[in-house]
Write a protein that binds this ligand. Structure first.
Ligand code: CUA
Length: 228
């Protein structure tokens, strides 16, 4: 994200791309309805049409009941498609477990001999000059790009939410439950996220940073950490 970006962030995954397409589609329909209704309401002030004998208008009421229902279908169908698309798990090659705590995230790579670590926000007074305030963490989540990744989310105390806008991921971490979703990062880079369930005093200060790297680099990182 950059300054004055009022829309969605650029997508870094196919699912987020679809979410953006759906957002634009719904917004376009919304604009058309708003303009039409706005025009009609505005024009009502400037005419003097009166019909003293008007008692009913079956036809027009049929039209203005059924037409909005059809328009709603044009939103409901793609929305349903997206809902099922987001829930699909496609043979993940890496599984990451993410546990919400008050107030930090901890991560486990259970596939690789139990790599696990905590990820805390870097406080403003310890931030590097090129760091992002309230957004950078001490230990990043390293993940391979161009791979299906499964994420398991849970929490140790209260409800948290593991949310990465650029990837289109938003999963609640609930104590006593394991939630699952998956994503595919299609480019390298850093992707920032924040907790999005109001989880207590420091809710705003448990960000998430994902470092998306080529698969080779990911394997190197894994093998380095498994031995230590
Ligand atoms: Cu954890 Cu809000």
């Amino acid at each position: 994200s950059t300054w004055a970006n009022l829309g969605l962030q650029d997508s870094a995954s196919p699912l987020m791309e679809q979410l953006i397409f759906f957002h634009d589609h719904a917004l376009l329909i919304l604009i058309m309805i708003t303009v039409l209704v706005g025009y009609l309401m505005f024009m009502l002030f400037f005419n003097s049409y009166i019909n003293r004998f008007l008692l009913h208008g079956q036809l027009i009421e049929m039209i203005w009941t059924i037409l909005p229902a059809i328009i709603l279908l044009f939103i409901a169908m793609p929305s349903l498609r997206l809902l099922y698309l987001l829930d699909e798990i496609n043979e993940p090659s890496v599984t990451l477990k993410s546990i919400g705590h008050q107030w930090y995230w901890s991560y486990e790579y259970s596939d690789f001999n139990d790599i696990e670590f905590d990820s805390y926000m870097i406080p403003t007074n310890e931030l590097a000059n090129d760091g992002f305030r309230l957004l950078d963490v001490d230990n990043r989540v390293i993940l391979p790009m161009n791979s299906q990744i499964r994420i398991l989310v849970t929490a140790a105390d209260v409800i948290h939410s593991w949310t990465i806008p650029a990837l289109g991921v938003k999963v609640d971490g609930t104590p006593g439950r394991l939630n699952q979703t998956n994503f595919f990062i299609n480019r390298p880079g850093l992707f920032y996220g924040q907790c999005s369930e109001i989880c207590g005093a420091n809710h705003s200060f448990m960000p998430i940073v994902i470092e998306s790297v080529p698969v080779n680099s990911f394997i190197k990182w894994i093998s380095k950490n498994v031995n230590s």
